[in-house]
Design a protein around this ligand. Sequence first.
Ligand SMILES: [Zn+2]
Length: 482
Amino acid sequence: MLVPAKTIDKLEEYQKDIEEKMYKAFGLDLAVLLGGIKINIYDLIEFKVHDKLARILEVKKNKKFENVIDLEMFIPEDFSGPRCPYCGRKMLQVTRKEEEQEEAFECVFCESFAELGRKLAISEYLKIEKCPELITPPVNVYEVFKMFGYELKFSDNPDKFAFAIDKATYDQNKAMYFTKMASYVYKKAGKYYETPADLETIAQEAEGLKRWGLLRGDVDNLGRIFQTLQVSDKEKRTPISFVATLSFELESFFSIVLERMVVEKHPKCNVIYSGGDDFMILGPWSELPLLARDITNEFRKYSKNDELSISMAIAVAPSRKFPVYKLGTLAGEYLDDKAKSYKRTYNNKELEKSAIYMFGGYVGWEEFDKVYKLNQQLEDIISQGVTRNILHVLSAFLEKQQEGEQPKIWRLYYYVGRLMERQENRETKALIQRFFNEILEEGNSRLYDKLGLVIKWVHDKTRKVESDENGKASQNRMTTEV
Ligand SMILES: [Zn+2]
């Protein structure tokens, strides 16, 4: 935010206020850090602010909760009964519907977040009204807002002071503006009305392995791009308007274009958040690689700038009820530690980032089409009735190669020959031949190094038998199969 310089003098005061309130609500789990610097017009022209601010925030990260050290620590009033695994509050016993006879416990605080999610999914308008600041510890998410002096109100009636939740039908005569957050969720038809699909339903929509997954991504080298584009801009456009324009365009891509694309092309996915320069989407795992490719293509079309790219990562839930936030953290690590550190040479050019990490392998966007084509070919071969043992054989060869051994390709030829002999269908024979021609490289002496992730992808997608809740049985099956 560009603010008057006097605001910077008050940052510490704001920080203290936010810290104390966030601590009351979330303990040490969540923090908001403010960092700011006073700048002059030359700083803006040089545009070195971005890096400086990033460094200030980095330092602050190590001094989180400076202001709450003196506050009394959470004193649990009563140690009896189970506590919430997420926030540590005492859970209440609740009576569930007839179908579930067993005792159930619920955390009122965490449950209020789920309710807020449901309201956002089914309501049309959101109004944020001023109210007296609440000083007692918040018992639900609405009270967290009240601590800051604001009250959330949902309604289905148009109101000039409300935000329209659905961007697509936003009408400026009926509402003040639209909510910037993603609001699309996949819904399933219930008995009387549509409800947001739960994790179980989304997992069932996957091909093969019934699991949901997360796709996370963000724009590469944004700070550097702001800087380099400044320097090369010969037309001497006012830098501040340039930065503002680029920020605004990125914001529109991530808050509007991306969400619209999900609704139109991948409606079974949920946009958990998207805005600024990053996003996180939850959906059936088999849908995510294609969604990732579509986002990249759309972004290229939209930005018309080769220097801008997005890196992404996919994490697949190990069980259907796995906590979303935990998988989100894992996907974030894949994104920062894997996708963003992927260096390679392509057409004599050194490339880094601009890639996706999925199924245990890296794919640069320039490599995606080939990986996807092989995935399709291998899937076709299996759908023609060729035994899935082909996956096992390929994995075994690949393993040797990864251990540094020269793979005995003649053995692979022998296997392929036998496999083709056994096929009656000419088309299947041709498919097999074409596939093996594609995966052999360097004078047919080595296997394509992305083959591992292709195999994993096809393995999970062509799996027919589905198993129990927590995935243990299916994992056993996987080890015997491959
Ligand atoms: Zn809780």
